[in-house]
Design a protein around this ligand. Sequence first.
Ligand code: NAD
Ligand code: LMR
Length: 342
Amino acid sequence: ALRQSITPKAQKDKQRSWNHVQPQASYKVAVLGASGGIGQPLALLIKMSPLVSSLHLYDIANVKGVAADLSHCNTPAQVFDFTGASELANSLKGVDVVVIPAGVPRKPGMTRDDLFNVNANIVKGLVEAVADNCPDAFIHIISNPINSTVPIAAEVLKQKGVYDPKKLFGLTTLDVVRANTFVAREKNLRLIDVDVPVIGGHAGITILPLLSKTRPSIAFTDEEVQELTARIQNAGTEVVEAKAGAGSATLSMAYASARFVESSLRALDGDADVYECSYVQSDLTELPFFASRVKLGRKGVEALISSDLNGLTEYEQKSLEALKPELKASIERGIAYAQKQA
Ligand code: NAD
Ligand code: LMR
């Protein structure tokens, strides 16, 4: 029942701009890690959304200045600041969507998995607070390694007795944004027309763009497929190396996260044609968490789009099988961590 094919109408509607939204909508969004590299530009983009009435900014430091600065923008959302553990609960009360970009980013030479030891604990603590204060909210996890932090979040929510798998999302939107950009450039297409589903997870070979499912339908040579796939899989590392020790992608991630927030709010607002790729609890493969296209509705994930996995090319099928052991290990690492801490 959780599976549904994407319709051509849905495909068209996906291209619609922010402008169609109803001006009377008013949702509360919290950003945890709001004074960080992602948090600040993300807060700015959310402040621009006509769907948001309250923007709650939480961090362990430096959030007052960010909130004061943002609050002067003449858009409807009211901005509230919350600093430190004693203000975390209040930052979450009544919130519809919680976005979590709190945690340390990579430096050159590191894998996302190298962030596990620090970020697992940060995500665990923040999701416990979400469970206690806004258990019905959509939860967007950005903190890496998301292949493990999302399973950690699920375990924490289960331990608190409030796990709703339809409302827990690992952010893979940046992989789609990158795939769309690189394919449009390579094939000289209008960016607005290009949509590449990206499945699997969000690290190295677990990121699998399904180029054969690109819309509009387009032919790639074997060489193009291999080059584009490698570029999409390594795009995070490309940014980490260019920033040379000053962190990882922040601006493109804020852009991607703002898109996912907007899609979530449109879904909450009753828009029946909202589709995004996300890393969620899944039964599309034997892995308990898997990124695929999902249909979003008022209650979160309404359907997993299974049709993208039909008729894969030989290259995609092999890549899918090759990513499973790594993704499985990352999921198990997250679950084991959360269970050990319980
Ligand atoms: P950053 O260091 O610039 O910002 C992180 C922020 O988190 C800081 O302001 C810090 O004070 C805050 N923080 C730390 N512990 C906290 C806690 N317990 N509660 C609240 N806030 C806390 O890092 P960044 O560049 O913004 O990246 C953040 C995370 O996002 C990293 O883990 C990075 O790997 C990840 N990321 C994910 C994706 C993705 O596609 N999913 C893309 C880019 C970055
Ligand atoms: C990305 O894809 O840019 C993020 O996951 C950050 C990173 O460490 O590469």
